[in-house]
Structures are given as C-alpha cells and as structure tokens.
Design a protein around this ligand. Structure first.
Ligand code: APR
Length: 247
C-alpha cells in the first residue's frame, strides 16, 4: 500500500529545479547491509567501529582492520540496490539539477543507476596505498595481510574516510554548494550526528530550502525538518516519486 504523503510536497518536488539528497546507512539497510551502528555481529561483536575505522587502529593492527573490511566487503558484495536507491536514481532523471550526497561506502547508488553521486566517505570497493594516498587497482598476491602497494611497498587500505580523516575536498565543497542552493533537501536514513555531513540539512534550512527527513527513527533533525516522513526509505521514496510524477 502506498503510504499517504503530503500533496504539497509532491507538487514541490515536481516543480523543483534544484534538489539535493543526503543518504546514510539506513538507505542500504533494506539491501541487507547493516547500519553502521548495528553492524557488529559474530566475530566482530566485541569491537566498536570507532575503534577499527581510524588510522591509529590501522597502524596499531593493520591485519585486524584489513580483515574487518574484508568481512564488510563480503556483505556489501552480496547486496543489491533496493527500491529506495532506485527511486533516487529515478528522481535524478526528473529533476534538472539533482545532487546525491552519500555517506555510504557501498556503491549501491551507482549500481541503482544514479550518475552524479558525491561519495563523502569514499568507497569500500576501492583500495589505496596508506603511504601515498593513491588508488591502487591491483597488486600481487603474496599472501600478506594487508597486501602491499605494488609501487612503493606501503600497506594497502580501503579507500574510505576514517574517523579523524579529511573528507575529499572537492566533493565536500560540491555538497555544501548543493545544500545551500537547493529548493528541496532530502535527508534519508542517516542518524545526522557525524560531521560534516550532519550539518548539510541545516545549511539547506538556513538557505530557505524545504527539508524532508525520511527515517523510521528520530534524529537531531526531526524537530527542525519541514516534513518528517517516518518510515523505511524503500517504501517512502518510491511513494514520493509516484506521487510527484506518476499520478
Ligand atoms: N530507511 C530509512 N532509514 C533507516 C532505515 C530504513 N529502512 N533503517 C534504519 N534507518 C535509519 C536509522 O533510524 C538511523 O537514523 O538510518 C540511520 C542509520 O544511522 P547510522 O548507522 O548512524 O548511519 P549513518 O548516519 O550513515 O552514519 C554516518 O558515521 O560512522 C560513520 O562513516 C560512518 O558513514 C557513517 C557515518
């Protein structure tokens, strides 16, 4: 059943020229990728992500951190985009200037067909050299964990942004620009607590945009959003697309 959505919001989306969307782990939950803060199960249950996703943790125990990412890559590798991802890819085709900003590293937005995606926290499917900070496409399998950079012999690591690291500057600048210049800002499946992404919906609010939250739970944004749609992204986003363009 299609959830009831505010008619004014559908009209606003239909006529909007500039729309930005920020997504977090919640949008991939329905694809079977556990959200960041729920992710620790099985062998990894005794570690907190904040203790593994840092450069210090990697330098202390590179094998442990590499193996944790191998486990996460296994989950992501089996995941397929869900109707929430697909709905955002469809929105991009309807709206003249649509910017998708994601904190997710799973690559599912592109797989769903989104073209312009700012991956603020990198991509778990890419690997880079810890020392050179450059992407590495392939490396000889010597059995070492983590493997070594074929250029300089440095340790290889996932090309994701760890706690305490800088975000890709050009992507962050483009994300802020999109937030400050959009008519509608969608904030989907994020706990809206990790900076700097957490500030983006507030920049949009300050600039006068209509801010729409899509989340089954409450976040620091809930009380401030113009619309707070409480439910799963996989149901609400397709319903929003249907209400705006398929009636
Ligand atoms: N649809 C929409 N939202 C959902 C769904 C769903 N089906 N299921 C869960 N959520 C919501 C939760 O209510 C929660 O608010 O998704 C949010 C997930 O929050 P987090 O796990 O904190 O993920 P996220 O906000 O993406 O974390 C931000 O923190 O640790 C860093 O780099 C990591 O990118 C991550 C960042």
């Amino acid at each position: 059943m299609t959830p009831a959505l505010p008619a004014a919001l559908a009209g606003l989306l239909r006529s909007a020229k500039r729309v930005a969307a920020l997504t977090g782990a919640g949008i991939s939950a329905e694809s079977g990728v556990p959200t960041f803060r729920d992710a620790q199960t099985g062998l990894w249950a005794r570690y907190r992500p904040e203790e593994l996703a840092t450069p210090e943790a990697f330098l202390r125990d590179p094998k442990l951190v590499w193996e944790w990412y191998e486990w996460r890559r296994g989950i992501v590798g089996k995941a397929r985009p869900n109707p929430g991802h697909v709905a955002l890819a469809e929105m991009e085709r309807h709206i003249p200037h649509f910017t998708l900003i994601t904190q997710n590293v799973d690559g599912l937005h592109r797989e769903a067909g989104s073209r312009r995606v700012l991956e603020l926290h990198g991509n778990i499917r890419r690997t880079k050299c810890f020392d050179e900070n450059l992407v590495v496409e392939s490396w000889p399998d010597t059995g070492e964990v983590p493997p070594r950079c074929p250029r300089c012999g440095g340790l290889l690591r996932p090309d994701v942004v760890w706690f305490g690291e800088m975000l890709p500057e050009a992507d962050l600048t483009a994300a802020v620009e999109a937030a400050e210049n959009c008519e509608v800002f969608l904030c989907v499946g994020t706990s809206a607590v990790v900076e700097p992404a957490a500030s983006l919906p507030f920049y949009a609010l300050r600039a006068g945009a209509t801010v729409v939250e899509v989340n089954p739970g409450k976040t620091p944004l809930t009380g401030r959003a113009s619309y707070s749609l409480r439910g799963a992204a996989g149901e609400l986003l397709p319903a929003l697309v249907a209400a705006a363009w398929k009636h």
